[in-house]
Design a protein around this ligand. Sequence first.
Ligand SMILES: N[C@@H](CCC(=O)N[C@@H](CS)C(=O)NCC(=O)O)C(=O)O
Length: 207
Amino acid sequence: MIKLYGLRMSNYYSLTKALLIEKGLDFEEVKRPPSQEEDFLMRSPMGKMPAIEVNGVYLSESIAIASYLERLQPQPALLPGDAMQAAKVMELVCHLKLNVELVARRLLPEVLFKQPVSEETKVAVKADLAKGMMAVDRLFVGAPYAAGEQLTLADFYTFYCFGLATGMVNAIYGEDLLDGYANIQNVLALMAEQPSVQRVETEKSAK
Ligand SMILES: N[C@@H](CCC(=O)N[C@@H](CS)C(=O)NCC(=O)O)C(=O)O
């Protein structure tokens, strides 16, 4: 049985949980807040959630976990069979994660923890996000899914990366990050209907 460590409030924990459900794998959720304590660092060396445990082996980083799950349970496939098409999906995932979510995350201390972020950071984040959005837009297919006809990992990253990024941008700048990005909005709407995602989101509010 796979153990999933972290908290349901985390977007990457939620994404990983949705993938486990999508793959039909048995798993157990173990509620653990992120920490720099040794017992957490041995699961996740940066002290971040999520991490999984399989037969006593720990694995952190959602992309590494997604890659493991894809090999462990190939069906339903969340990457195309063609090597280049699969790499293009991962390219989109990287840009969503590194150039949108991680950039918007710099605003998180002010939005969630009332720790003010400097004006300099807010200006820099806005400029970096504009570049990140252009990069994502160049790669995003949205017909109907993020990478084309097939539901892939990119759809799960779209849902959970923009879940955080749109909230941060709205709270700090009072703007809609997805204004003018109808294809991304359509994927968010599709993913909100995906049963695995619905279960994750429903269980977030449960004890
Ligand atoms: N690159 C990591 C990011 C994980 C991440 O940012 N986790 C956040 C919660 S969503 C966290 O644990 N933050 C606490 C901290 O940084 O101490 C992944 O994809 O799994």
